[in-house]
Design a protein around this ligand. Sequence first.
Ligand code: URA
Length: 264
Amino acid sequence: MESDLDWHSAHALLAWQVELGVTEAMCDAPVNRYEAAAEMVAAQASVAAVAATARPQTDDPVAEAQRAAQSARTLDELAAAMTAYDHCELKKGARNLVFCDGTPGARVMIIGEAPGRDEDQQGRPFVGKAGQLLDRMFAAIGIGRDRTGDAALYITNVLPWRPPQNRDPKPDEIAMMQPFLQRHVELAAPDILVVVGNVSCQAVLGKRGITRLRGQWDKAYDRPVLPMVHPAYLLRTPTAKHEAWADLLELQARLKDTPKGKGR
Ligand code: URA
């Protein structure tokens, strides 16, 4: 029977039933356990064989991510390498890989945290309410994902798959996707990075405390990095918008002072 449940919800429901003491699934028809036992042994052997082949080839997901990311020579190859990467649990519950939006080679690259429900459905980053605010913010300084040349914008996230119930990404999930993010920056070659929110700040700069770090230039992947608060935070805390506006003006000024194509 088809079900609308995603992997994580189905897993949580099963775990709940086990916790309640359920040990058996009841069927509509009686089962001959003597016949079933032999079938069960054969089935277990074949499941074990399939699991052994499906199991990722390494015990070190970060090292494998580094190898896969470094072997990608183009953004398309990088997206394919991420699609093929099987170590991150989030992939199982996600509908789509959310890789990027906007123009590769844009002077500014925004790094968000992780896709939400809308992004997961559409396979594009920042398409929900927070994304619409993000678009309006950057349009105010003349840049956007649908624009070209110096006005272009490129957008990605630390994690390409939606965490269940939008929970915070776990440190091991960030660690294993970080090599892909670094390669993403190298291949997209922006002049300036903007990290929005704590998760991105942690992944790119190794620091947390975005309300303290925002607006202070830093450096990562050989480029200037501007931390900014996440647009979802601004939706909840409109009084912080004037600080975000100051950060946007700071970005605009830095773009004028930074030679074009420095990231390429
Ligand atoms: N929040 C993010 O950080 N990224 C998205 O793509 C959407 C919401």
